[in-house]
Design a protein around this ligand. Structure first.
Ligand code: SF4
Ligand code: SF4
Length: 382
């Protein structure tokens, strides 16, 4: 028998959902959604499950991850129930349910936990620098730059990066395993041939790289709130810059954090400038649209949306300052801003990648994969 949580709609409000009871089940939202189909019919079904408090059904559903929040359904809902925001809230809710540590729920529902965790992790970095930093020197390199690696040797920093990457991977992968149990293994009667896991594998990689599903949202002429091409390009820029920066600091730090000052066209600088450009453009675009509320999807902002943007902004700006101070030979400014940069970068990655906003970069393609595996197995068993 299905378990019912009568307080679910109230609890979901902590994740950002608006007034679900206003919905009178007309189905307009599902009719206009370009991504809803026979196999995965949303958002109306998600609204009904939420209103009824059927948590097990919600947790075994991939539908919230198939929504790209184009806002079409919210624009056309006659009751202003905001189904697009409901889907977003369900993604936050599901993120907290996949997370076995319970931290994602605390970060999403408590400002004290959110800001307390950021401050705690920043303090850990500060203490590590106080005790383990190398000598500060005002002697500049032959090309007039600061000797950053005497103060913060890249080999030491790299060990810290590897520990961090190990923790991020551990939390993310164990949470994805939980997602697998909830989505794929919830239907005990469904037999999934091993072959299907392999034949469906290319799709999540393709979707993660191209955001292909999102391009289908462009089909309705009535949806004027968002320029899809611009959004896709900026999202792509932000996503690739962020991912590239993560790969550089974890895998290629020795190549990236040098005391040499290369010409501007050197690949080290070009890549750094690409990441800086992508992050800056993305940040300006998303912060502007949240402030102006000029798109359906940016009309409601959860506190964690802003925390993420602010942390990413501070990380980017301090990263730019480290670069400027280093190449213009300003030792103390370089050293202090470098410490501040890591004090912001570390909490941002530890919070956002496995527990919050950026986990969707992993969850969405994996959910599409699980959904395809389940649908293919069902079709084969008919
Ligand atoms: S959310 Fe709005 S459009 Fe969707 S079923 Fe409810 S009232 Fe209709
Ligand atoms: S926001 Fe767009 S993709 Fe998501 S459910 Fe609504 S119409 Fe579909």
């Amino acid at each position: 028998m299905a378990k019912i949580n009568p307080d679910f709609a109230k609890e979901l409000k902590e994740y950002g959902a608006l007034d679900l009871n206003a919905c009178y089940n007309c189905g307009t939202c599902t009719a206009v959604c370009s991504l809803s189909d026979e196999d995965n019919s949303f958002p109306r079904k998600m609204i009904r499950l939420s209103v009824l408090g059927l948590e097990d059904e919600l947790q075994s559903s991939v539908d919230p991850w198939l929504c790209y929040y184009c806002g079409e359904c919210s624009e056309t809902c006659p009751q202003q129930t905001n189904p697009g925001e409901l889907m977003m809230s369900l993604r936050r809710y599901l993120t907290s349910k996949y997370d076995w540590t319970g931290l994602a729920r605390k970060l999403y529902t408590s400002k004290v936990w959110e800001f307390g965790t950021i401050l705690f992790l920043a303090a850990v970095i500060l203490v590590l620098f106080i005790f383990f930093h190398g000598p500060m020197t005002t002697v500049l390199t032959a090309d007039g730059g600061v000797q950053l690696n005497t103060f913060a040797p890249w080999k030491q920093i790299e060990i810290g990066d590897w520990i961090m990457a190990g923790l991020l991977s551990f939390f993310l992968l164990t949470n994805i395993f939980n997602m697998y149990l909830k989505i794929v293994k919830s239907d005990k009667s469904l037999k999934i041939p091993i072959k299907i896991y392999f034949t469906e594998l290319w799709k999540p990689i393709f979707h993660a790289a191209t955001q292909w599903q999102f391009s289908k949202c462009d089909q309705h002429e009535s949806n004027k709130s968002i320029n899809f091409s611009t959004y896709w390009i900026i999202h792509f820029l932000l996503m690739t810059s962020y991912a590239l920066m993560l790969i550089i600091i974890v895998v290629f730090l020795g190549w990236f954090q040098t005391d040499n000052i290369y010409e501007w066209w050197h690949p080290q600088r070009i890549l750094g400038y690409y990441c800086t450009f992508g992050l800056t453009v993305g940040l300006i675009y998303f912060a502007y649209s949240r402030i102006k509320k000029n798109q359906e999807k940016s009309k409601y902002s959860h506190i964690t949306d802003w925390t993420f943007l602010v942390l990413l902004f501070l990380t980017t700006i301090t990263g730019i300052l480290v670069h400027i101070f280093r190449i213009y030979g300003m030792p103390y400014a370089t050293y202090y801003i470098y410490v501040i940069h890591i004090m912001i970068l570390f909490p941002m990655l530890m919070i956002e990648v496995p527990f919050s906003k950026w986990s969707h970069l992993a969850y969405r393609p994996v959910a599409i994969y699980f959904s395809n595996v389940v649908n293919a197995a069902r079709k084969q068993s008919k």
